[in-house]
Design a protein around this ligand. Structure first.
Ligand code: 4AD
Ligand code: MG
Length: 430
């Protein structure tokens, strides 16, 4: 008998089929067993009536435990109350393996316990819903760029130089030479626009983040577009189009998962262009008016970002940060050289920065000076400086952090639930 997935059950109404999966739950009422089966595509109730099956089949149901693997054969019958619209009237049950003492039970577990059992925790309905939303977000990122003329460029993970400052570098020995795990693919994307015009890179990035916050991982995924002949305003146009596309795509395709996560979708529906654009100085004014203690010139903390974003009903773009707190490659504002042409997109509902980017310094001499000011090793950037020697152009780009985006769209309390196997300062296992 052909194996059918629960997601496709409607195509088999009235037919006998076999489902393969894991036991999520079960209950009995004397002559009946109700098994809740999940197979990764959905869950379905399977009904075993003592009158319809042989004794061995009925008895096996008594032995099945949570997370036991099994194959169930039966007839697909409509059931209005069921989430899938169907249930299975079982004719045969085959246990593949009986799971003994599954550690995660329906009772409440602490975070540390769940994190230690992440390899099993993933099976819970909440976690599978999050993973499906994550998948949808990643697919939306690719679809957006693929259908807007961008070419995917895979950038290296072993790199000779820092992109986002030297304090969060992971160093590794590369055959006797020092190498660093990539903090960003940006410098290589900048090189690639000279060949391809509009590119994006998408991969894991690494930061030795010693801060334990709900927004920081040491390994996270970033998607980074880079565009030749684009200034800061073009970059903000792209960021708002892109982010809106992602959110709308999740609303369209993952309403079931958002419902399972009890996500209020009204704030997501408002995520459409144009997004408000404010300068860093205007953002500082907002903090002052809200009596937030903040030292102007510094970077915003999570709490500051929340207060700023609370003034708006959709993501807000903050631009022209003090150059002193931004990366070496950022172009300075022509009207005020103490400001950088950088932009952060702050998500609503307290999620803070999900996108960081800006216009890049395209002038050779200025960039050399910046590399010196930032105490970066000139030799490691020789190739990067070449880009300013041979046909340099104004250009811009940004990076969107996938995990922060997932946390926001799913409204999760911490980024640790947004990636299958999170890497945090004190977490390398499983
Ligand atoms: O603002 P960041 O550091 O920007 C860059 O890396 C640029 N080179 C990107 C570019 O212009 N191509 O990081 C970009 C985004 C942040 O807005 C945030 O969403 C995410 O990456 N991010 C992190 N996410 C999880 N854990 C961390 N430790 C993160 N650090 C940054
Ligand atoms: Mg940033």
């Amino acid at each position: 008998m052909d194996r059918v997935y629960i997601a496709d059950i409607a195509e088999h109404e009235g037919k006998e089929i076999t489902l393969k999966g894991w036991l999520y739950n079960k209950r009995s009422s004397g002559k009946l067993w109700f098994l809740i089966l999940r197979d990764g595509t959905g869950t379905i109730q399977c009904v075993i009536s003592k009158a319809d099956v042989d004794e061995a089949t009925f008895d096996v149901c008594g032995e099945l435990t949570q997370e036991s693997s099994l194959e169930v054969t039966g007839n697909v019958s409509p059931d209005k109350r069921a989430p899938s619209g169907y249930e299975l009237q079982v004719t045969r049950v085959k246990a593949v393996q009986i799971a003994r003492d599954y550690p995660i039970t329906p009772k409440e577990h602490g975070t540390a316990f769940l994190m230690d059992h992440r390899h099993l925790w993933l099976r819970s309905s909440r976690q599978t819903a999050i993973l499906k939303v994550r998948h949808e977000i990643i697919k939306a990122c690719r679809d957006y760029f693929d259908s807007n003329g961008f070419t995917l460029v895979d950038t290296p993970i072993f790199t000779p130089a820092a992109c986002e400052g030297t304090t969060t570098l992971f160093e590794t020995d590369y055959f006797g030479e020092k190498a660093y795990l990539a903090q960003s693919g940006q410098l290589y994307s900048e090189a690639s626009i000279g060949a391809l015009g509009k590119v994006y890179c998408f991969g894991p990035t690494f930061r030795a983040e010693k801060s334990k916050t709900r927004r920081h991982l040491t390994e996270f995924w970033m998607v980074e577009p880079e565009v030749a002949f684009a200034d800061l305003d073009d970059n903000m146009d792209l960021a708002e189009q892109f982010l809106s596309f992602i959110v709308q795509r999740v609303l369209e395709n993952r309403s079931e998962e958002l419902k399972a996560l009890e996500r209020d979708t009204a704030p997501l529906e408002r995520v459409v262009p144009p997004f408000p654009r404010i300068t860093y100085d205007e953002a500082v004014d907002i903090l002052r008016k809200n009596n937030v203690a903040f030292e102007p010139g510094g970077d915003f903390g999570g709490g500051d970002e929340t207060v700023i974003s609370e003034q708006f009903d959709r993501p807000v773009m903050v631009h022209r940060y003090p150059a002193a707190i931004k990366a070496f490659y950022m172009k300075r504002a022509p009207e005020d050289s103490s400001k950088a042409l950088g932009v952060d997109v702050l998500a609503p509902e307290g999620y803070g920065e999900v996108i960081g980017g800006g216009q890049r310094e395209e002038d050779y001499d200025t960039l050399v000076a910046r590399i010196e000011e930032h105490d970066l090793p000139r030799e490691a950037f020789d190739w990067y400086l070449d880009l300013r020697r041979y046909g340099t152009v104004p250009h811009s780009g940004f990076g969107l952090g996938i995990e922060r985006t997932v946390a926001w769209i799913c409204k999760l309390p911490h980024v640790r639930e947004t990636i299958p196997f999170p890497r945090l300062m004190h977490r390398l296992k499983p």
